[in-house]
Ligand binder design. Sequence first.
Ligand code: R5P
Length: 301
Amino acid sequence: MYKDVSIIAGPSSVDLANGISKHLDAELVPVDLRIFADGESKIKVRKVEKDHCVIVQSTYPPTDRHLLQALMLIKRCSEDSEKVYAVMPYMAYSRQDRAFLKGEVVSMDLVAKLIEAVGTKRLITVDIHSPASLSYFTINAQNISAVGLLARYAKVKFKTNVPIVVSPDKGGVQRAAEFANELGTDMIALTKRRNKDTGQVIIEEKELNCNMVDRNLVLLDDTVSTGGSIVEACKFLRRYKPNKIYAMCTHAVLIGDTKRRIKAAGVEEIISTNSIPGNSAKVDLAGLISGRIKKIIDENV
Ligand code: R5P
């Protein structure tokens, strides 16, 4: 039992925080949240008396609200504890880790500075969009990979028809290779281009030398947000006459009617972790995150 640890259940990640507290056998501290008519959050947490204080708050949409709530919680808890750790499985703004166009703000740099400024001593995130984002932190900021968890889920689900793993872009090659290796299957990576002004996705692949006829495919990505990448990849892959196409990701942001559009493009099912709660969140991160918290506390890593 981790008697010296308080797990703070951030409003965006109540179930995940509960799961983490169960894995650690640590106390779970509820958060009292009120949203004012103008949209502001008012947060109340009781005094934290344990040595280590872990705030669990994933910063998925409404992104700015969840981010600000995380900052408020960290600020509040660091008034009581020296050892405040932030668990932010979906890291807001990690896709804005550099100025892609002239005049753009490097938002990840700002977010890292804010997280540190309120008293965070360590940060844990999951499958952050780019490792470069972590370089903006001066505190110990750790990224953990959920690829193994997702692959193990897929191994059970696709026991009888082992899928080919497809990364919608070359940036995901390593992730797809690791996933495919765990399943003992093949992988391919498409060539994707995104218009930096409009965000529109284009699959640039000309032709693939891979027999997909009647094979299941798993499109694997870190994040599915607007679904542009999955929808375009799916349209492209259909011409190779596969059996079923599944989408698996760590973070199912699924903005607006994305889920419907992905299904309409022919995706059988979307499977994600619970970094973002929802119907697709079938892979639980609580064990993985607790393992890292244990390591931090036991070995001071
Ligand atoms: C981009 O490089 C990422 O790996 C994902 O492919 C991207 O974030 C997915 O976004 P969307 O669903 O909007 O295409």
